[in-house]
Design a protein around this ligand. Sequence first.
Ligand SMILES: [Fe+2]
Length: 407
Amino acid sequence: MKASLVSACAVPPPGSSPAALEAALQTRLQEMARTKAAVEQELLQCRAQLDRAFAVTEQIAGLRDPDDIEEALLGHYGAMLHAGGVYLDRAGCTRRVGLSPGAMPPVDLVPADVRAALARHIESVRIGRKTIVVPAAPELGGAHVLLGAFARPGAEAGVVVVLRGRGAPAFETSDVLASESMLLYGAQILNNALTMCHLQRAAVETVYALVNAIDAKDNYTSDHSERVGLLARLTGQALGLPKERLQALEWAGLLHDVGKIGIPEKILNKPGRLTESEFAQMKNHPRIGHDMLSPVARFAPVLEAVLCHHENHDGSGYPEGLAGQQIPLDARIIHVADIFDALTTRRPYRNGYDRLHALRLLERDAGRVTDPHVTRIFIDALWESARGGANVPGAAAGGPPAVPPAS
Ligand SMILES: [Fe+2]
């Protein structure tokens, strides 16, 4: 081992004394120890940056709104660079970014002051897209400054200003590299998020196109689907369901009767009661709706509710005759909202019931037709919305629903 070390370092001149050889070896060993420590330090920094990148990815995985994603990205970016303050300058406006835990003691400067002090550098970075480091800027009380270009698709080029307070370590080359990587990564994530937004908008437009198609065919459903969607969302909120589930519930409400597109208009708009054969055809609409939507992956979260929104709590419903907890929760919610809206809507063979009557009928049939717990939550949520003045179908006009809450 010693021989290989000696051969790897500068070999003393021939005839050197054993003491000179020993000294050369010691020098080489010290150099190697310093190199090892520096490599270890660099590895630790890389590890910390990787951890930060994972933390960012984990946090933004649940976000959909590009503004929320940008805020989370820049917050973690500041923490990764041990910043005391991060500012984003875009479209002539400078704002302070909230930092994630792990940041240095705050550098609390007014955004307009930061912009005024660094205007020349900000424009230089915006135009040249190069990172700039300004050590101990006197116009900012000796704070260390790093400025990086941050592109957001569809928006004017932004510049991120990172500050470390006076006395904190100055920015080094490794900070510049980390900043550039993170800002590039962030721009790619934002681009993906915006693409998702466009897809989401296209999906929403598809939903409304389908709802319009039902409305055009069935006189009764005009606005019915929209009201059921809103009532279902309201009930989901009262049940404490997560945001994504609420969106699915609203879509399920909008689309629950989409299968009526496959039912003859003479049945849909028949002024009198349906014959047994006509009712048998009508009972196909949940299955038709389910089969229409199932090829589109985006509609997967609403399929069960569409298929099961006419299943009754006691098993007497259709198409499967499911009972109780066998019926998916979203379908039980849609079922209650659908019945309430149907009861309060004018039909060819009767006027719409007032809300008091409709809620009493809902309560009467809870446990037989609808899930009793969901029905109670629905009534309480309608009551609460009316008290809060919310614009909820069946709750806004004429004061609160007359059936009082359970508690
Ligand atoms: Fe239906």
